[in-house]
Design a binder for this molecule. Structure first.
Ligand code: HEM
Length: 180
């Protein structure tokens, strides 16, 4: 997983829970990288899950809520990358429509080793989009948070609901996003 995902996670912990929790978090995890992340490096996604699990122990906040809060925090950082790629969208639903075929496609061109999920559109109209999230990594709650962050970015009110349909071989979640 790209280093930006790790560096921003540590940033979220420092801003939300403070430096002492961030230090206790890294101390409490026996991470292969030792927790010394750089934005340009690549790390095992299991390290994010270890960090989230340990943060749940330290704060009592459920892992799913932590991943969602992280997605909300992360979206503006990814949006800055998107702007530097000269990608512009009319709003959240327009962006989500272009997530797989434009945004993540550009990400792969830039970082050929990026590990991205697939987002197949099942249904769409001007107010609602239903997408199938599929990945070998369990980050559907991160996706939900990113979508909420996307709504905030465009100052739109979105309601996001999820239905997990995980199979033996992959994480599979139906995500419905409605704009009100
Ligand atoms: C609401 C919009 C978005 C959603 C729902 C979304 C969803 C996700 C998810 C869930 C992951 C984690 C990997 C996985 O689940 O298998 C991911 C990774 C990533 N996304 Fe997106 N994304 C969005 C927008 C963007 C934007 C705007 C950019 C930047 C141009 C971006 C760049 C990346 C990068 C760099 C990674 C890390 C890949 C890796 O670690 O190897 N995403 N995205």
């Amino acid at each position: 997983m790209k280093g930006i995902i790790f560096t921003e996670f540590i940033e979220l912990v420092e801003t939300t829970f403070g430096y002492s929790i961030a230090a206790a978090l890294l101390d409490g995890c026996d991470l292969p990288s030792g927790g010394a992340y750089t934005a340009v490096g690549t790390y095992d996604h299991e390290e994010v899950l270890t960090l989230v699990g340990q943060l749940q122990k330290l704060t009592g906040t459920p892992a799913a809520d932590l991943l969602e809060a992280y997605g909300q925090f992360l979206f503006p950082k990814l949006a800055a990358q998107m702007e530097s790629m000269s990608l512009k969208f009319d709003g959240a639903i327009d962006l989500l429509c272009s997530l797989e075929n434009i945004i993540h496609k550009e990400v792969i061109k830039l970082y050929p080793d990026a590990e991205l999920p697939s987002f197949k559109i099942q249904n769409i109209n001007s107010q609602e989009i239903v997408m199938e999230y599929r990945s070998c990594r369990p980050f559907a709650h991160l996706a939900k948070g990113l979508i909420s962050g996307c709504g905030e970015y465009y100052q739109q009110t979105l309601s996001v609901s999820m239905k997990h349909l995980d199979t033996k071989s992959e994480f599979f979640t139906l995500i419905s996003v409605r704009q009100s």
